[in-house]
Design a protein around this ligand. Sequence first.
Ligand code: TMP
Length: 214
Amino acid sequence: MKKNAGGGKKGVFISFEGIEGTGKSTQARLLSEYLTKKGLKTVLTEEPGGAPISLQIRKVLLSTKHKEMDYLTELLLYNAARIQHIKEKIIPAINGGRIVITDRFSDSTAAYQGYGRGISLKLIDSLDRIATGRMRPDLTILLDLDVETGLMRNKKINKRDRLELEDVKFHKRVRKGYLRLAAMEPERIKLIKASKGIEEIHREVLRIVEKVLR
Ligand code: TMP
């Protein structure tokens, strides 16, 4: 662990990524519960969200009423929500030595707005530099699943938001984008097949996380 400005131990930043229906939220929660039981201070959070303003932005972004939303508006709102999230929750927790587990972070923007919407990756990268100062998780777990299975899983639990309503082709581009990101940064982004059972995936997550925490 790195030291913070006060000489104390800096926390660890872990993100979960993937297309819809991969079970990210479940795995993020299971990891957080496991680490908490072990006596480690963890903070479980999500994007868009994690701070009051970010949660308001989440409502605007995910409302199925907002079909007219421009792709650039969407991109800027995800970044705006992230700025508040980092400032109010992530940085204070990491400086306080906590393990921060977030359900989505910057890779979601590259995958959805970049590869999915087709916005220039250069523009996305420039905005990311402004919003995050190039902050990256120490570890990213990418849960990979075929698009049809993922969308079907969400349909079963009646989960529908503005982005989930996009067609299968969109979600396929997002998945491909994630796989490209993982290939570009194999040290940080670890891929797990999400077609396995919840328990098996959880055990795999623990094996990866324990290496990082050691
Ligand atoms: P979720 O809570 O179900 O993961 O919903 C968040 C939705 O927002 C999901 O469809 C992915 C999308 N999203 C983006 O398009 N870009 C982003 O930067 C983030 C954080 C999420």
